[in-house]
Every structure is written in structure tokens, then in C-alpha cells.
Design a protein around this ligand. Sequence first.
Ligand SMILES: Cc1cc2nc3c(=O)[nH]c(=O)nc-3n(C[C@H](O)[C@H](O)[C@H](O)COP(=O)(O)OP(=O)(O)OC[C@H]3O[C@@H](n4cnc5c(N)ncnc54)[C@H](O)[C@@H]3O)c2cc1C
Length: 502
Amino acid sequence: MSLSHVQRGSRPHVVVVGGGFGGLAAVRTLRKADVDVTLIDRHTYNTFQPLLYQVATASLNPGDITWFLRAVRSDQDNVRYLKGTVLSMDHDARTLRLDGGQQVSYDYLVIAAGVTTNYFGVKGAEEYSMPLYKRSQALAVRDRFFANLEDAAVNGQDRDLRIVVVGGGATGVETAGAFAELRNKDMATTYPELDRKRTHITLVEQAPFVLAPFAPKLRDYAKKSLEKRDVDLRLNTGVKEVRDDGVVVGDDEFLPAGIVIWATGVTAHPVVKDWGVPQGRGGRIMIDDHLRVQGLSRVFAVGDIGVEDGDRALPQLAQPALQGGKYVAKVIRADLKGQEHKPFKYGDKGTMATIGRSSAVADIAHGPRLTGFLAWVIWIAIHILTLLGNRNRLNTLINLTVKYLTKSTNAIVGETPPVALRRREPGPAITGGEAGELDEPARERDGGEGGPAAADDLHPDHEGERISEGGEGDADVRVPDPQLDLGADAEGSRTGASTGHS
Ligand SMILES: Cc1cc2nc3c(=O)[nH]c(=O)nc-3n(C[C@H](O)[C@H](O)[C@H](O)COP(=O)(O)OP(=O)(O)OC[C@H]3O[C@@H](n4cnc5c(N)ncnc54)[C@H](O)[C@@H]3O)c2cc1C
């Protein structure tokens, strides 16, 4: 295989872009087909997105939910993996161009590149909020949460710690619920220095309910379950702006926050506009009832990225992607034999979401609507079974069992930045030599000055320095902002905004 031009042997060459649910399903269904398959992905691993929030909330290791894409060759020798990001496509020449400069020729192309975070043009959202779409982003959320806690533990909790989750869909509900449980169950043991009542989890949602795609009964259950966990629910509330110290909602009300998690929705990757394909709602690629890209007989789009005309938009969930991937592989096999294949028919199995321990909702297609413990057990079983690889299934089973069935407070933590002492007067209640050691970074930053520098510490210009995470790609971890909420509590103006609904 040439490094600059990938054109496999004499057999038809099927190129699959994206090793997610849809792409891998297509690859595997071609296992016994008389074709050469090339699987292209920008990552060397598949990410099981439904459990990303468990990584972000310190309950699972990132490796528990990722799977080495080259391992697909263990039981399939007609496939090769190629790392790269697809930048452009030429459908007349039947070629793709990757970021490394490689050109790949195809006979059939399956586009299964998924989608990405949609900020809906909200000012500051992309700059200051933290999305939850990739492994590196989940790790960044986790590390920032613990950075905030470590900072408060050293400097004293002279201000409230706040997480604002924007978006009341399944991702937002699951993330807010998990952070609330971490606070409610673990922090008294692991952070005795902190008053858990001064750590707030706020969920902001534009609609009057959470979990919009679910039946009203299940939405109500989820709402009550979040309230039971002391999540501050702000329904009927749109976010107008995200700043580095909080969000502006509704009628210019300011909700202070140390962490803003963005979980509002998805859109196509911007690069799709260079792929020579028709785009429809949300930038998704327009397909026909055989999941063929409209106007291109040998190109298919499956999963989150594909959309049919009119009302036939499938939900952007794992099942449509899995079923679509398998289906297009069968269409390709039939096409090679000169046969027709019947149109794609989605088999809806229902949807589920969890709020926390023993709490979930399940809307099972043609079955009952479940809430509570039973729904939760089904949710866990389905997620573990759907994971790729026995090691991931076993690790996840062990980690979730330890989390939910024992009283373990052993969070899975990562790197956090050094904690700088913010104020000299009054000093924190740390005895022995520790206070002096902790004082050092502050002294360095302040150029060794004494008391006056402490006042400077409260100025926003001196805060919130960014630290590149290193080793985790695009993750970005910020030192907690010491200014956060301090003035607000003193003035009694801004904190009322976010606690008003608690
Ligand atoms: C936080 C979160 C929680 C979710 N929870 C659930 C849930 O509980 N249940 C459920 O059913 N669904 C859930 N979903 C949705 C589900 O994960 C998606 O619907 C599903 O992953 C779509 O599969 P896909 O194959 O279309 O895309 P993906 O699984 O997203 O895979 C796309 C692949 O394409 C690769 N790629 C992207 N662009 C390029 C490029 N230019 N070049 C090369 N490779 C590229 C990516 O690296 C990725 O591996 C969740 C999603 C998120 C983000």
C-alpha cells in the first residue's frame, strides 16, 4: 500500500470514513465479502459516547470506553485501518484526500463520520464552555472539576463552587445527575474541608421540561429525580452568552460558574462542505431510502451524519447508526452481484437515559415505559453489552459495580495544576511547613511582593490562566478562577441568580 495513494488490490475497494457505530457495523458486515475494505478515522480508537459522562465524572477510565480500531483485524483480514482526517472528496475521480496528504481511491464509499457539538452561535459558548463529545473533552471536564475542588480545599471555600450544565437532553441530565451524586455521596469523605452545600450543580434548559424526546411521564420522573439530588433546575431558560466566569440567561441574568458544560445538540463537521455532497438539516448529508447520498450511486452516508428528505430524519442515536451500517454493507454486496436491495427500514428499539443510582427512564418500543430501578438495571445491562471488546465490558462492569454497590469513594482522577495560595491575610488553616510551600507559586507569580499583591489576586486580569493539558490532544484545562463568586457572595447580587431555583 503506497503511503501517498491508497488503492487496494484487484478486488472492489470499499472505503469507510469513521470508525463509530455506523462505520464499524459496515466494516464488520463486509467481513466475508469479496472486497478490500479501508477504514479511515482521525482517531486510532472508537469512542463509546453514551458513557463519556462517566469518564467526565470520574467513574470510568477512558480506556474502558474506547477500543483500538486496528483490533478489528483480529477476525477480519480483508480490512486495513488508515489514520487520517478526510478533508475533501472528488466523486468524479472517486478519491478522498486526507490531512496527511494521502489520496485514497474508492469503488464504494461509506461516510459514517458522525457529527460534532453545536454551539448555535451563542456568544462565548465555543470559547468558554466545555463540550462532551470526545474522550479528551471528558477528561478535561473531570480534571477541571477536581482542580476546582483542590483549589477550594487549599484556599478555603470562601466562595461557592458551581457547575452549570447547558442542555436538558440525555447528556445534560446524565452529567448533572452524576456530578450531583459525586457531591452528595463522596465529598463529605474526600473533601471534608468543603461545605457540600456550597457546591452547586445547575441544569439550564430552554424547554419547560428535560428529556424532550421522552413521554411526559418519563420527563416528570427525570425532573423529580434531579431535584431529589439537589440539582438546581432552570427550565424555560435560554443561555444568551457564556463568559469565562459564568453564563448569561433570560433577561440578562448572570449565573456564575467555574465550569460550564455544553450539551445542547449537534451539527455536521464544518469540513463536510468540502466533501461534494448535498447537505440538509443541521448540515447532515442528504440520502435516499437506500442510504445512498443523493446523486451519487456508489456513496452512502449512515448514522448521525445522514438525513433523508422531509420528516424521515432518524434520531441521532446508536441504533440507527448500527442498523444503517449493516444495511449499506448488504446493499454493496447485492450491488456487486448485480442485485437490487429493498429500502432501509429502521427498527426502533426505544430510548433510555439515566439520572443516577437506581434512577433511569426507558421508553421501550412496543413495550412498557419504565422508570426507577428496573429501568436503571436495563440501562446498565444494555450499555455494558453494547460496549466493544470483552475487556471494556468487564472493566466497565467492575467499575460501575464498585461505584454503585459499594461505598467506594475512589474516584478515577487525573492531573490537576499546582494550587497557588490566593490570599495572605487571613491565611488558610494549614499547619507545619505546608503553608510556606504552598505560598511559593503565588510569590513567584506576584514577583515576590507582599500584601498589595494579594489585592491584585482578586482582579480578573490576573486569573484564569490556561494550561494546555498535554498528551490529550485538544483538551484545555483552566486554573480555577479565584475571582469566581467571591464578589458575588459579598455583594449578594449574582449568587441569588443561580440559587433562586434550588
Ligand atoms: C455524550 C453523548 C452521549 C450519548 N448517549 C447516547 C445513548 O445513551 N444512547 C444512544 O443511542 N446514543 C447516544 N449518543 C449518540 C450516539 O453516540 C451517536 O448517535 C452515535 O455515536 C452515532 O454513530 P456514528 O457512527 O454516526 O458516529 P460516531 O459514533 O460519532 O463516529 C464517527 C467517527 O468518525 C470519525 N470522524 C469524524 N470526522 C472524521 C473525518 N473528517 N475523517 C476521519 N474520521 C472522522 C470520528 O473520529 C468517529 O470515530 C450519545 C452521544 C454523545 C455525544
